[in-house]
Design a binder for this molecule. Structure first.
Ligand SMILES: [Cu+2]
Length: 475
């Protein structure tokens, strides 16, 4: 028995020394755990300017922050603590998630190409975990897949990851242990490797923003995501924040701006920017060759992908910036409600109102009423469409924010400049001339390339599938 244990110990030591040789990072200096740094605020923190190591232009994490490090004999040391967190997803709406160092997502890690990196990961979750460094070149034993590359980090233990940041670009990190639970609970973070010196394909920019796309299923009135959900999420978020809780991206007129976006949801997100065209300057594999770049206003970001978008912010104003799937710019309570547009409820509300005071019929003119109305909501949720703009409700939620381009925004100032005041004569206005005459409409039907011999006209009423089919949304 003793011999068997000893043999196992020896073979373990042999494996350890083999990986030590491969890791190319010196472990000798490692003596103490770096003090972990925690963040209790969901506000966008100013860029963390490096005060040691190689210089770089830091990124700004939307409603997030960058993890400070310590230098230890030429190695950049970080300390991540996996733990349950309370994340304010928007004012008045808190979620009980799992994350790192006090927040979900975890802090952004910024390093420079060629940096030797050591990351201590302490597990304060009730189950084992691991971290996969998504997209990195690294020794196989550092890739973080539980069971394949390493045993899971048991609850209460600390593991150490070491590798050299070999290629510059945009990366992510997330658990590779009970992934369905741990990612549904919000465990993920951003990683940026800046180029060492000038890179022919990576431009210097004035503002460099990053955020992750994530999604949750949290019933109105509850606090914890439902982890079994695969398709029907109701909270579509950027860095675990939903509009109007997502900070605006505040830039100076004619700034060169880079947006780094990673998708850790279970569907694709066509990210759309108003008022400007951007180039896709980077993907999962690194900077894109210049010959492949073309201007776009929407970039689809598939599951597990990262994209870098760059543009010149040369149009002043408040420009919407959002996922183009309309259900993704909507918060909870927008689901399982039958379409009632065109349904005549005349008299219904007043009749029911005699029985149930405050009864309202929603949705017969569309859903905008829901954004305007002060609807009573359950505790701890957020209206489906909301966000007060200078001209009324923005009628958005979820994956929506605003790019604010201002002439007088100072370099390095990320504060919100308030609403844009359109110069006189540059805003859509009401037509005050003669009213519209009744137009002539054609009543002829369309032709078919392959006509049937007999045809019966069918008019369909399309209703979205959903669990509830009868009643309107009631309050
Ligand atoms: Cu989307």
């Amino acid at each position: 028995m003793e011999i068997k244990n000893r043999r196992r110990f020896l073979s373990g030591a042999a494996i350890a020394s083999a990986s030590l040789a491969a890791a190319s990072v010196n472990r000798v200096a490692m003596a103490t755990l770096p003090e972990p740094v925690f963040q209790d605020k969901p506000d966008t923190q100013p860029p963390l300017t490096p005060n040691n190591g190689q210089p770089y232009n830091p990124v700004v994490t939307l409603n997030g922050w960058t993890l400070p490090w310590r230098m230890n004999n030429g190695v950049k040391e970080f300390h991540l603590v996996a733990e349950p967190v309370v994340r304010e997803m928007a004012p008045g709406f808190k979620a009980h998630l799992w994350g790192y160092n006090g927040q979900s997502p975890g802090p952004t890690i910024e390093v420079v190409e060629g940096d030797k990196v050591r990351i201590f990961v302490t597990n304060r979750l009730p189950e084992h975990t691991s971290i996969h460094w998504h997209g990195q070149r690294l020794p196989n034993g550092m890739d973080g897949v539980t069971g394949l590359n390493q045993p899971g980090i048991p609850a209460g233990k600390t593991f150490v990851y070491e590798f050299t940041a070999r290629r510059p670009g945009t990366f992510m990190y997330h658990p590779h242990a009970d992934e369905m639970t741990q990612m549904a609970m919000g465990m993920m973070g951003f990683w940026v490797t800046h180029p060492k010196g000038r890179h022919p394909l990576i431009d210097t920019v004035d503002r460099d923003f990053c955020f992750l796309l994530n999604a949750y299923d949290i019933d109105p009135g509850s606090y914890t995501p439902k982890i079994m959900t695969m398709l029907d999420f109701n909270i579509w978020s950027w860095n675990s924040r939903v509009f109007p809780g997502i900070d605006s991206l505040n830039v100076r007129l004619n700034d060169k701006v880079r947006l780094r976006i990673g998708n850790l949801t279970m569907t694709n997100h066509p990210i759309h920017l108003h008022g400007h065209e951007f180039l896709v300057t980077g993907t999962d594999g690194g900077p894109t060759p210049k010959t492949t770049r073309r201007y776009e206003v929407t970039q689809d970001i598939a599951v597990g992908q990262m994209r870098q978008l760059e543009f010149l912010a040369d149009e002043e104003g408040d420009w919407a910036f959002h996922c183009h799937k309309s259900h993704h710019t909507m918060n909870a309570m927008g689901h399982d409600v039958p379409t009632l547009i065109g349904v005549d409820h005349t008299g219904l509300a007043s009749r029911i109102g005699k029985l149930i005071p405050d009864y309202m019929v929603m949705g017969e003119r569309g859903m905008a009423d829901m954004a305007e109305m002060e609807m009573p909501l359950p505790e701890n949720t957020i209206p489906m469409m909301t966000g007060e703009g200078p001209y009324g409700s923005v009628e958005m939620g979820g994956m929506f924010s605003v790019l604010k381009v201002r002439r007088n925004q100072k370099p390095g100032d990320y504060s919100n400049p308030g609403w844009f005041k359109q110069p006189p004569g540059t805003q859509a206005y009401e037509w005050k001339g003669p009213p519209l005459a009744e137009p002539k409409r054609s009543s002829s039907g369309g032709k078919s390339a392959m006509p049937r011999t007999s045809s019966t006209a069918v008019e369909v009423q399309v209703r979205k599938p959903g669990k509830s089919s009868g009643n309107a949304h009631q309050h």
